[in-house]
Design a protein around this ligand. Structure first.
Ligand SMILES: Cc1cc2nc3c(=O)[nH]c(=O)nc-3n(C[C@H](O)[C@H](O)[C@H](O)COP(=O)(O)OP(=O)(O)OC[C@H]3O[C@@H](n4cnc5c(N)ncnc54)[C@H](O)[C@@H]3O)c2cc1C
Length: 446
């Protein structure tokens, strides 16, 4: 019998287990994917569409990504609402200290705060979202999580490639039926991230745990002259801007100066995604980002249906993405192949020239137009009409699960942390949620 079993071995799980190491409790981690060293689908694999991909599943979960830890409460989740601002700040400091203990200090932390620019943005009705960042990169984050694995594996049980088929609670004990046997535990933590959404939906339904509203971000990816944003970017390492339109806040995401746009395959949909300019590659003279607008749905099913109605309709059963010139959008004209050939900003993604007005809900176009107007004020020049707009990017979230302040569900002893709780959407906040629950459970056992 285990005291605490954690399902999933991603970022939130690792930081939870790490925090519990000194409690002398019997801890088990059950992971559906493989060990870190056996996860082979490379992060550079741009066209990967495998559902059970090693990129998403396995030790460290999506921590095996670019490893960009943003220490901010302005974006990356709603953990602040749960634990309070001061507590979140402390948790983030702890996350960073732990990372540094395992080698994170090999890269320096930087800040995107710039008061002069923030004031200027405000004058243009934009808000600059700032953060402290430790950007580990894929190689370093893999090394750090491997070192953390060695530490954890020497003290607790971690089992891989386990498929949990059923979770039951009887007589205050959780029983897990799996393809590798039956495990009993006094407490159970779900930490299955976004990749475990379908599995979690079934478990919650069987256990009677309520899943609530689901967020879905949709947005148009913009590709513009890199030099048009240089006045901002030369003063700050990177920029994240938010814009309010009729009470809805949209935010720029994944800004790539000199970068390219690539296809992203997720949730059975094909979307335009940004690719970083890396030193080894020849950079472009373009810059791209998505302006994401959140929308909330009563359930995951409804969020997925909407995403399919919008993005799936554009894809039309293929990998179709539509691109339009800004000038054509403003003049309510289609972009033709010929116009595109003569466009001074050349698309870095092969997409179908067309008319976004007939492809996506007006709401997103209105927001984008409003944002670009304010951006023009901010940079002090008109945005080139040859700027390209790609429809349509999406960011998917897990449904919110009803829990108390301690991440405990309506079932005593059953907790849910990280992205699968619907509360966090970033490495730092997922890790912080793990430490937070770790501290609570440690107190229970002392
Ligand atoms: C491509 C990509 C890049 C990203 N880059 C960044 C970034 O640079 N910075 C940032 O802040 N955020 C980034 N994010 C978001 C960030 O990675 C997540 O917010 C974070 O990893 C969430 O941590 P988690 O522990 O909740 O889930 P995860 O890290 O996803 O871990 C979930 C774990 O559960 C396991 N699992 C799933 N289902 C089951 C099951 N049924 N049984 C057992 N195990 C299961 C998975 O294999 C995985 O190990 C990125 C996301 C993506 C998709």
């Amino acid at each position: 019998m285990y005291d605490i079993t954690i399902i999933g071995s991603g970022v939130s799980s690792i930081f939870l287990a790490y925090t519990l190491l000194n409690t002398n409790q019997k801890i088990l981690i059950i992971e559906k994917g493989k060990k870190l060293e056996d996860r082979i689908c490379s992060d550079k694999h741009q066209i990967c569409d495998c559902i059970e991909c090693d990129r998403y599943f396995g030790f460290a979960g999506l921590g095996k990504s670019e490893g960009k830890f943003n220490y901010s409460s302005d974006f990356g989740g709603e953990l602040e609402q749960k634990v309070g601002r001061e507590s979140l700040q402390k948790l983030m400091e702890e996350v960073d200290n732990i990372l540094c203990l395992y080698g994170g200090s090999a890269v320096s932390k930087y800040s995107t705060v710039n008061e002069r620019l923030a004031r200027k943005a405000e004058e243009s009705n934009l808000k600059m979202l700032t953060t402290e960042v430790r950007h580990l990169g894929t190689n370093l984050s893999t090394k750090i999580f491997q070192r953390m694995y060695s530490e954890l594996a020497s003290k607790i049980d971690i089992f891989f490639e386990v498929d949990v088929q059923q979770v039951k609670k009887e007589n205050n004990v959780f029983t897990l039926n799996t393809n590798k046997g039956v495990f009993d535990s006094k407490n159970l933590v779900f930490a299955t991230g976004r990749s475990g959404t379908e599995w979690l939906k079934n478990q919650c339904s069987n256990l009677g745990v309520k899943q609530g509203r689901t967020r879905l971000d949709l947005g148009i990816r913009v590709e513009m002259h890199e030099q048009q944003l240089r006045s901002i970017l030369q003063e700050t390492f990177e920029t994240k801007l938010s814009f309010e339109h009729e009470g809805v806040i949209s935010t720029t995401y994944c800004m790539n100066p000199k970068g390219r746009i690539i296809r992203k395959f997720q949730e059975g949909l094909v979307m335009p995604d940004g690719q970083n300019f890396r030193e080894k590659e020849a950079g472009t003279t373009n810059l791209n980002f998505t302006l994401f607008t959140p929308k909330y749905f009563p359930s995951l099913k409804e969020a997925n249906t909407y995403a399919n109605e919008v993005i799936g309709k554009i894809n039309n059963g293929t990998d179709r993405i539509v691109v339009q010139r800004l000038g054509d959008l403003l003049n309510n004209e289609s972009t033709t192949k010929v116009k595109m050939i003569n466009n001074c900003i050349q698309p870095t993604l092969a997409a179908e020239s067309g008319n976004l007005t007939s492809e996506i809900p007006q709401f997103y176009l209105q927001i984008l137009k409003g944002f670009l107007n304010q951006l023009e004020k901010f940079i002090g020049e008109t945005i080139d009409e040859d700027t390209l707009l790609y429809g349509m990017d999406g960011k998917f979230y897990s449904p919110m699960i009803e829990t108390n302040r301690n991440f405990e569900t309506s079932i005593e002893g059953l907790y849910v942390i990280g992205d699968c709780s619907g509360v966090t959407h970033s490495l730092s906040q997922a890790a912080a949620s793990g430490i937070y629950l770790g501290n609570i459970l440690s107190e229970c056992f002392n």
